[in-house]
Design a binder for this molecule. Structure first.
Ligand code: ADP
Ligand code: MG
Ligand code: MG
Length: 874
């Protein structure tokens, strides 16, 4: 019999896949003898079973839940729905990977019209009892019945207004009773039935709702962003309630053992007196810093520090903890490795090594490679900052610099971003529904909430700048205005945020590129020691090449020669070449392009010194270079001494129905060998020149794109070789060069053993290989892939993360076949995937020699390659 339900005493931290992170850590803390309200965890396997059963809890699982509940009841001496000593529980989600706020939690379950009276009497605290009941009705309606939260909040606002009070904790017992009645009426009005009074039904309803929340849109979006597979499922934790809303000696809070923004080693936390659950995170009132607890309740503070320290040493990582104080008694409700900014992640990792808690390799595994991107982002120009006067200040919740146009809803922010605008999202507070809008923003500004509020936590997780809790700001979300320092800003006005100081500026402050700090350099040094894969870059200009070298690139895996032809000066020559209807005219145009192309390559070879450089021959279909409007067509006709009709006719000839699968890549060379001849000549002459003038030992790598057949490759390779050999012989200097190909057409992968007879290297062009394998184009798939994610058909964008099961198999097969023919064949990848950590790991595991990615992703690939090597060593 499968065990689907575990008491906290039965689990431990290693059981995270089964119990979820929250459940596993609650079990571990129980084992460590910490004050944890007891309970049990329904496993992630039960969640998968629920989905496999079409959304039903099987009798077997139900029975195990019943047993666990009975055990909890006898242990606590309380009974769910009991009228002597009622048990109240929370029902909490908890997946394998932490997904803060993405799924649902219900507190105070077990309340009903009768139980609330018992609790009021037993605690002699009717205010507390009714506060708990009204909260429960709210959460149950929202999470289980999916009633919009908004109406409940309006009812609260209305009563506050009537009573002339500002905060929830000022509501009286009578107010809360009235609210509970209003909530129940609302429930009945909307759902046509009474609010459920049977606590056991409530419990089963809540467990199912938590399972369902695994597939709510924001959870799906979060998984998609963070590479979390949909089949992991969530666990459910059922836990005895403890109460932070019992009065002024109770409270609830969250804390980090180190500063999650900077990584600095100091306790960092916030709490609210007389509050429950999410109150701190939701930013309902601005909380007090944890240090104040030392004065408020010194004993509790001391115990808190002891436990927090023990936890950090136990997990050997920065902890993010939730706690509740019930009448001066401290309980821990959660611990997890805290989400942090990239700067903090590096500092914590390096410090833990220096503190002797972690080895260098362990430290490398603690930093999310994608996060490094944040460190490479620009920051405000110091001069501009000095001259700018802040219009206000909030809490520095997530560092970084953001300048953009103001928007007031997640939806508007998302749309503005899609329209190509830089966006700053300003909200009273954010909630989990806002996640897509937050992801689309350069920066986030909130009026309410502290440094542990939802906005702050999510922003830090995404590496987005955030200034939170700017109480002096007035935001009118309906009118779409922000008033600060006496000035009103409207939607679309520019505003700048400094997430490191909390300063807010009017206007669009200029930024400068980032600098690489000491910790970063040291950490990347460890990564370089650990990895086997080489990391190259995709660069088309000397400037990109130099940037990439600064970031640690060891060569160029892809230079796209066509990018150079779009230059204003060159495109006329290119167009002239394309428009020519005979070889002589084409050669005349190519002759003009030759010196320009040679200059490009000289620049790149000089920038890369002796590092390897792969240059790809012309790839796109020719019509891409044609004029885009009438005026340019007229210009071209004039330059070439042709009539408009003639020019248009030639352009029409070049039209293709499906250019992506049309006359491009090596197919161009089969028709017009002179183009490849010119390019080969430019490459070799440039290499010879730099060898002579700089003394670098250069071995050009010439790459032929879009090959699908060995004879096709042979034809083009012969064209290239003839020119290259002649140029080298004429120069009297010795030079070796390599001819290789892209593997980007499924047929090339399938016949890679043949292809390798000629190709001296393969570079997997996984952008094309992905679109050709899936049969949808990168440019069009965006329109429908969203539906595929929402329906859990595809979980990842296959253009961002290599599809291991399909495209990956072609890569693996081609690598094997290539090696079988030519054991020393050099293998790399140059698609977008070369900078994606999961794909890099795949490349490591199938034994490629290098990955190549855009300059800014080079550090990401270096770390991902190190992690892949460490994981593979086990
Ligand atoms: P999330 O994963 O979104 O953080 P949690 O399950 O941690 O959700 O619950 C949200 C909040 O509810 C937590 O801050 C915690 O303090 C509070 N909470 C959960 N269970 C209990 C409980 N048994 N007693 C008191 N408070 C609880
Ligand atoms: Mg939590
Ligand atoms: Mg391609």
């Amino acid at each position: 019999m499968t065990k689907y339900v575990y008491h906290f005493r039965e689990g431990n931290a290693q059981m995270r896949n089964l119990l979820g992170g929250k459940g596993a850590n609650l079990a571990e803390m129980t084992r460590l003898g910490m004050p944890i309200p007891q309970g049990f965890t329904v496993t992630t396997e039960a969640c998968n079973d629920y989905y496999a059963n079409g959304g039903a809890i099987s009798p077997e699982i139900k029975e195990q839940i019943d047993q666990a509940l009975a055990a909890l009841e006898s242990e606590t001496g309380k009974k769910l729905g009991g009228i002597d000593n009622p048990l109240l529980v929370s029902v909490r989600s908890g997946a394998r990977a932490s997904m803060p706020g993405m799924m649902d939690t219900i507190l105070n379950l077990g309340m009903n019209d009768q139980v609330v009276e018992v609790v009021a009497r037993k605690t002699a605290n009717p205010r507390f009892a009714w506060d708990s009941y009204r909260r429960f009705i709210q959460m149950y309606s929202d999470v289980v019945m999916e009633l919009s939260k908004k109406h409940f909040e309006e009812l609260i606002d209305a009563i506050k207004e009537k009573r002339g009070i500002k905060f929830d904790n000022e509501l009286t017992t009578e107010d809360l009773q009235e609210l509970a009645a209003q909530f129940k009426a609302e429930y009945k009005a909307k759902l046509g039935e009474d609010f459920p009074q049977d606590p056991y039904d409530q419990l089963m309803g809540a467990i199912k709702a938590v399972f369902r929340s695994w597939n709510n849109p924001r959870a799906i979006y979060y998984r998609h962003m963070n590479d979390i597979p949909g089949d992991w499922g969530t666990a459910v934790n059922v836990q005895m309630m403890v109460f932070g809303n019992m009065g002024d000696t109770s409270g609830t809070g969250v804390a980090f053992t180190r500063d999650p923004a900077t990584g600095e080693k100091r306790m960092f936390g916030e709490y609210l007196i007389n509050a429950q659950g999410e109150d701190v995170v939701a930013g309902i009132r601005t909380p007090k810093p944890i240090t104040v607890l030392e004065q408020d309740m010194p004993q509790v503070y001391k115990q808190f520090i002891d436990i927090a320290t023990t936890l950090e040493n136990h997990y050997r990582d920065m902890q993010d903890m939730e706690f509740t104080i019930e009448e001066e008694k401290l309980y821990f409700l959660q611990t997890r490795n805290g989400k942090r900014t990239a700067a903090a992640a590096l500092k914590v990792a390096v410090d833990l090594v220096d503190e002797g808690l972690r080895t260098e390799e362990e430290a490398l595994l603690m930093v999310e490679p994608k996060q490094l991107d944040q460190l490479l982002h620009p920051r405000f120009d110091d001069k501009a900052l000095k001259n700018a006067k802040p219009i206000g200040k909030g809490l520095p919740a997530s560092p970084g610099s953001a300048a953009g146009k103001l928007y007031f809803s997640a939806e508007d922010a998302k749309n503005a971003h899609a329209a190509g605008r830089r966006v700053v999202l300003a909200r009273l507070e954010t909630s989990p529904e806002d996640i897509e809008g937050m992801a689309a923003s350069e920066g986030i500004l909130t009026v309410r909430g502290g440094r542990t509020s939802h906005a702050a936590v999510v922003a830090r997780g995404m590496g987005t700048c955030c200034v939170a809790g700017c109480g002096e700001a007035k935001i009118d979300e309906d009118k779409k205005t922000l008033t600060l320092g006496g000035v009103t800003y409207r939607e679309g006005d520019y505003i700048s945020l400094d997430g490191s100081t909390g300063n807010i500026y009017a206007g669009d402050l200029p930024t400068v590129p980032a600098q690489i700090t000491g910790d970063f350099g040291r950490f990347m040094g460890w990564a370089d020691k650990a990895r086997r894969l080489k990391v190259r870059t995709n660069a088309d200009t000397p400037r990109d090449a130099r940037t990439a070298v600064q970031f640690g690139a060891e060569g160029i895996g892809l230079t796209r020669t066509e990018h150079m032809f779009f230059d204003e000066e060159r495109i006329p020559c290119m167009q002239q070449m394309i428009m020519s209807d005979n070889e002589d005219d084409r050669r005349a145009a190519l002759k003009k392009l030759l010196p320009m192309q040679r200059e490009d390559f000289i620049g790149i070879y000089e920038a890369m010194e002796e590092r390897p450089v792969t240059i790809r021959l012309l790839d796109p279909p020719l019509h891409e270079f044609l004029p885009k409007n009438e005026e340019d067509f007229a210009d071209l006709a004039k330059r070439m001494g042709l009539s408009m009709t003639q020019v248009k006719a030639r352009a029409a000839e070049l039209h293709e129905f499906n250019p992506m699968m049309g006359h491009r890549g090596c197919r161009l060379c089969v028709t017009y060998p002179e183009i490849a001849e010119m390019q080969a000549q430019a490459i070799i002459e440039a290499a010879l020149y730099v060898k002579k003038t700089k003394g670098y030992d250069i071995k050009p790598e010439i790459m032929i794109p879009l090959v699908g057949e060995i004879k096709e490759l042979n034809y083009v390779a012969d064209v290239v070789r003839k020119v290259a050999d002649r140029v080298i012989a004429d120069s009297g200097v010795e030079m070796e060069y390599l001819i290789g190909t892209m593997i980007e057409i499924p047929r090339a992968a399938l016949t890679a053993d043949r292809i390798a007879e000629t190709a001296q290297f393969f570079s997997f062009g996984t952008n094309d290989l992905t679109q050709m394998t899936f049969g949808f184009s990168r440019d069009d798939a965006g329109a429908f892939l969203g539906d595929y994610y929402a329906k859990n058909i595809y979980e990842f964008d296959p253009f961002a993360r290599l599809d291991f099961d399909g495209v990956g198999q072609l890569v693996k097969l081609a690598a094997e076949k290539g090696r079988a023919t030519r054991p020393d064949i050099h293998l790399g990848i140059c698609g977008e995937h070369g900078g994606d950590p999961a794909s890099v790991e795949f490349c490591h595991n199938v034994g490629l020699d290098y990955v190549s990615c855009s300059p800014y992703r080079v550090p990401i690939a270096r770390l991902a390659a190190a992690q892949a090597a460490i994981k593979a060593r086990g």
